[in-house]
Structure formats: C-alpha cells, structure tokens
Design a protein around this ligand. Sequence first.
Ligand code: MEV
Length: 429
Amino acid sequence: MKTSRISGFYRKPVEERKELILDMMELNGGERSAFFPTEPLELEIADHMVENVVGTFPLPLGVGLNFLINDKEYAVPMAIEEASVIASASHIAKIVRDAGGFKASSGERLMIGQIQVVGCPDFEEAKAAVLNEKSELIEICNDAYPSLIQRGGGVRDLDVRILNEHEDSDYSKMLIVHIYADTCDAMGANMINTMAEAAAPRVELLTKGKVYLRILSNYAVKSLARATCIIPPSLLKTGDFDGEAVRDGVIHAYEFAASDPFRAVTHNKGIMNGIDPVVIATGNDWRAVEAGAHAYAARSGQYSSMSVWSKDEAGNLVGELELPMSIGTVGGATRVHPMAQMALKMLDIKSASELAQVIVSVGLAQNLGALKALATDGIQKGHMALHARSVAVAAGATGELIEIIAEKMIETKEIRSGKAKELVEEYTL
Ligand code: MEV
C-alpha cells in the first residue's frame, strides 16, 4: 500500500479519484477493473437481505485520506450524507500523521450473551449450581456452533449475576447468566443467540427457575478498541490562532463535554460522525455500535465524553478514545453487500480487531476536527463553503465554475440560489 497522503484529491473528478485509490492500493489489471462494483446493490441481493423490499437507498461513499495508524497507511471508506465530515477527518488525519500517526490497540475480543432466569426458589443456590456446571454449560454452547470451534473461537467463560435480590416484586428478581465467546472475525450476534438458546434448558434445570430472554448484549465491554494521538502545538496552528491556543481550546471543549451531558451528547455525536460511516461502509450494524458506545460513555453513572483530551509535560495535545466495538469482517451484510466487500478490500485489514482500531482512530480524528473548528473559527465557516458549493451545483454550475461561484457567493455573503443562478448566467454567457 502506497501513502494515503494524496494531495488535491478532492479537486479531482470522481473517475480520477477512483484511479488514485487503485494506484494507492497498487492494484493492477483485472484487480483494478473489478474493484469498484458496477452496481452498488442489486435489487435481487437487497430482496434477500430484508423484507418487503421496494428499492435501495444509496448514500455518498467518500474516502478518508491521510490515515496512518500503527505505522500502516489506510484509505478509509466512509458512507455518510453529511457534508464536511470526510474533509474534516482527512484534515485531522494529516495533522496526526505529521505527528507520527495514531496508535491503536485492542485486547481480547469476546462477545457477551445473556440468559435471564426468573422465579428461582433460591437465587444464591441457583447461582452456585450454574457456576458448578460451568464447563458443561460452556460445552453445550460450543456444541451448538461447531464451526466456530473449528475456526479457533468459542465460549471462553461464563458467569452469573443476581439482580434485585432484595426487592419484593418477583418480576424484578432475576438471575442473569453471561456467556463470553470469542466469535473470531464475526460480529457474532447469531452465534451468541444460538448458544444462549442452546444453554437455556440446562440453565432452567440447574436454577429451578424459568428462562425468558436469551440474547446478545450490545454492551460489548469485552471488545474494547483504543486509539491515541499526541500532537505538538506547532501542528495545530490555524489562521489567527497559534497552536497553544488551539490545544487549550480543545481541552476546554473536552472538559465541557466531560462535565455536562447536554454538551457530551453533541460532542459524542461528532465522534460517531466518524465512526458510523466506516461501520456502515463495511456492512456492520451501526445501531449496535451506537448503543454500546453511548452506554460506555455513561459507565461512571453520568453520561460523559467518550474521548479524553489533555496536555502532556511537553505541552503536546494528547487525545484518547476507547469504545466497545461490536463489529465483524465476515458474515452478515459484509458477506453479501458488494460495497461492503469493496470497503473491506480498500481498508486492506486482516482482522475484526484491526477494523475496530481503524474505526476508533477515525472517531478520534473526527472529534478533534469538530473541537478544533469549534474552539477557533466556529464550524459555520467550513460548512458555508460546502453549502455554497451545493447551492452552486443546484443552480446549474458544473466543473470549475462550482468553485468560482461558491467563492463569489461567500465573498459577497449571499449564499442563495437566486444569486447562484445570476452568477451561472453571468459566467456562461
Ligand atoms: C455536527 O454533525 C457535529 C458537531 O456538532 C460535533 C461537536 O459539536 O463536537 C460539530
């Protein structure tokens, strides 16, 4: 893979951008011509994915550039409808690469399944009985999904929690069995659900209670991925703001989000602006990732910032983001969706852990992009430039004229379709 630092990419026509990505990936011949699907999602495939299909719903797919993560180059596919997001991620990725790139890591990758048991005559006895038969229950789970064992995965552990033991209502007292499974490179929802359902009858016998729910938990705290970056202030300088001022503004913005849920929600939305587009482009379940990420942001008991920004002893800006990442690189929509397959090829990743690390790095970049803009010029300046371009396109501008007309409208502070039409006529006479 060649460098993902491709200057002037955004100014090129779409077909040329595609060629540049293929060049970056060092593809040749047949690999090149087969890389970008001719049809993003055929109706026939869509019809097998969900029910009552009447069409498909395309989103723009852009590429986040300049990403250097653990010394590896990445072109990051991002599917999103919101303007500025991809430009901002690429802008920050460039700053971070100049500072040495993102460092990312992930530990164990275990998905969690839950079995809910109610009406146990004695909850402590029931808990002891389940723990006593741990190995047998793990075996039942593993027998329910033999192909996972063949691939080196399977249930690694099991534990039990008792909820609301001292409450009066029999509805609220319950015993929860957690199973922890290595689902290899799959997100693993089906595997976990199958295993939980398979173990439930034995759990009922052991606990003398009644099993209700048997389902994956999207609070994937045993599948955490982390990204960090350390940026010298000299790289943060922007317009009239020196690097130290930008750094301090970012830290103040973080402290605001860390202490105030009203701000934290928006701050975290900015992080998910980076995360969701990659999750979507790779065919993963973005609702699962969203739910887990927001729950993790509230793990202290108060909903807070997902990221942490601080200053180290040398005065560098230090950013950190750790989130649960229930994603996969095999199975589900990643297997059938041609664009998801293409996105995974573009990322050139070897495992779900690696994908998780890329995703949190993009989230951290996106967060810094928003905070840097908010703590300096405000975000409207950048948004207005993009808005002006789309007003120019809607008024009929094409090619180089789009930029010229957009700039004219910004200059005269008249970003509206009437003005754009006037300018189109003026320039095309
Ligand atoms: C807009 O989509 C995202 C931001 O509001 C994030 C933030 O406020 O940090 C700019």
